[in-house]
Ligand binder design. Structure first.
Ligand SMILES: [Zn+2]
Ligand SMILES: [Zn+2]
Length: 484
């Protein structure tokens, strides 16, 4: 217990939990003004120490933390200020947030015109719906006040401007130990030489990483991974890189994801409505891509399968556009502590799941009994079905080119479906209820689970209307390390 003496009219003992309690008052005569101030400072210090201690305790058990690792702001093509975006996530039940603007870190001096901010508040009613757009600058000023918000007139043309605050300046306004943290990130955004879009989220980096200029999709992916790894090695930082929205502009195929074996993460679901997550008649869905890539990695590359994330990729916060909203897709990470390093380590260990609304109390994989079991959080009026998906040994890894309606080859993930025998990404079992279990038979290369609720996602989507959760592949054999 941290003890402070009484300071007069104020509460005066810092308890072990950090709260000051009322106690009796010593005689006023022995208190000088100086002593009073000193003691007040000591009490405040003990109080703060108490708060820090209260955030984590030695006995803390691992728990689920909710977060989004893909978010945009006015630093690139998002339409709101970073503090406002962070505030939205903090007040909507999230515990961690990475702001990942395109090819920029919020680290430099940046002023933008108020007219360009106002321009983003405009917009067409989307899909026939009507909205009253929020004025981004007015609400920023209203929430943070004129002493925080900085404006000026442009030095040459005189136009009014507002300053975009750097990460290190704004993070302290929203962070709270053990409750909500910010993680610095960048969406490293580029095209391969053949024009395919490759966006990769670099999470917890400490310096800006340049986009890569040329090469095939796997070459560019490897260049980005190397650049991030080199940067992180300079200061021994724990970083995470994941491939964003592989089907956006049909940029990244399952074969690309399989062959870049140093990349372990990709977005199985991205909240942008219209980025092709469900695939189409000539392109596989991101779920199918996951199974094809996993199978190829295990069978052809002797590598571990991919882990799948869900993210918002939010850009639109003002109510005038709904293509790219916050709160659509997230990950739940099981960790003892809420720090970037602990969150990233847990993700690396596969101790997380992706969600668009379904919450899991427990995901348990027991390697001894080869049993994968889930506990789903029930919701009134909703029913749940869990599909255990995997690929069995003996599957063919010979793919065929896909063709369009005119018989022309579509440059995309190959088609591995065969008329008989094991298939990539088979539904091995379909189990209703809140406690689905699957025990591996021994012929699976890996198994993962997708839970689908009868409950609809919060905002109408053209891509998928029901809430889901995705758990990570289990039951695979970790390949032996490659010989030097
Ligand atoms: Zn992107
Ligand atoms: Zn993005």
């Amino acid at each position: 217990m941290h003890r402070c003496v009484d300071l007069g009219p104020t509460p005066s003992v810092a308890s072990s939990s950090g709260a000051c309690l009322f106690v009796h008052r010593p005689k006023a005569a022995i208190r000088s003004l100086l002593g009073r101030t000193l003691l007040q400072l000591l009490c405040i210090q003990f109080l703060l120490l108490g708060v820090v201690h209260a955030a984590y305790a030695a006995t803390d058990a691992p728990r689920w933390w909710k977060g989004n690792l893909h978010t945009h702001t006015l630093w690139s093509d998002g339409d709101d200020f970073p503090e406002m975006v962070a505030e939205w996530y903090r007040t909507n039940g999230y515990h961690f947030l990475a702001l990942s603007d395109h090819n920029v870190l919020s680290q430099t001096e940046r002023w933008i015109s108020l007219s360009s901010v106002a321009e983003k508040s405009k917009g067409e009613p989307w899909r026939g719906k009507s909205f009253t757009p929020r004025d981004a600058y007015a609400s920023y000023l209203d929430r943070f006040g004129p002493h925080w918000v900085e404006t000026r007139n442009h030095p040459t043309n005189g136009q009014p401007q507002v300053r975009l605050k750097p990460f290190d300046e704004y993070r302290t306004t929203v962070e709270e130990a053990g409750r909500f943290i910010m993680i610095q990130a960048e969406e490293i955004t580029q095209n391969a030489t053949n024009g395919r879009a490759i966006h990769m989220g670099a999470i917890n980096i400490h310096e800006w990483i340049a986009s890569q200029k040329a090469g095939t999709v796997p070459e560019v992916m490897n260049q980005v991974l190397q650049a991030v790894q080199d940067s992180a090695a300079k200061i021994g930082r724990e970083v995470l890189v994941h491939v964003n929205h592989p089907n956006y502009k049909w940029g990244v195929t399952a074969e690309d994801l399989a062959s870049v074996v140093r990349e372990d993460f990709f977005e199985v679901w991205n909240g942008v409505d219209g980025d092709n997550d469900p695939g189409d008649a000539f392109h596989p869905s991101t779920d199918e891509i996951w199974d094809i890539a996993n199978t190829l990695r295990i069978v052809a590359f002797q590598a571990s399968p991919l882990y799948g994330l869900a993210t918002d990729d939010s850009h639109n916060y003002l109510g005038n556009k709904v293509r790219s909203l916050p709160g659509q897709a997230w990950i739940m990470v099981r960790s003892r502590f809420l720090t970037p390093e602990h969150i990233i380590r847990a993700i690396r260990a596969g101790d997380f799941y992706a969600s668009t609304g379904v919450a899991l109390d427990e995901v348990q994989w027991d390697p001894a009994s080869k049993r994968l079991s889930l506990q789903i959080q029930g919701k009134a009026g909703e029913s749940f079905v869990t599909r255990f998906i995997g690929t069995r040994r003996g599957v063919s890894v010979q793919g065929r080119a896909r063709t369009d309606a005119d018989g022309k080859i579509v440059e995309t993930t190959l088609d591995y479906r065969t008329g008989s025998g094991p298939q990539m990404g088979e539904v091995l079992a379909e189990v209703p209820g809140l406690n689905p279990v699957y025990t591996l038979h021994g012929d699976e290369l890996y198994v993962r689970a997708v839970v689908t609720s009868s409950g609809r996602i919060e905002w109408p989507s053209t891509e998928y209307e029901f809430q889901r959760a995705w758990t990570q592949p289990v039951g695979w054999q970790r390949p032996a390390p490659a010989k030097p």
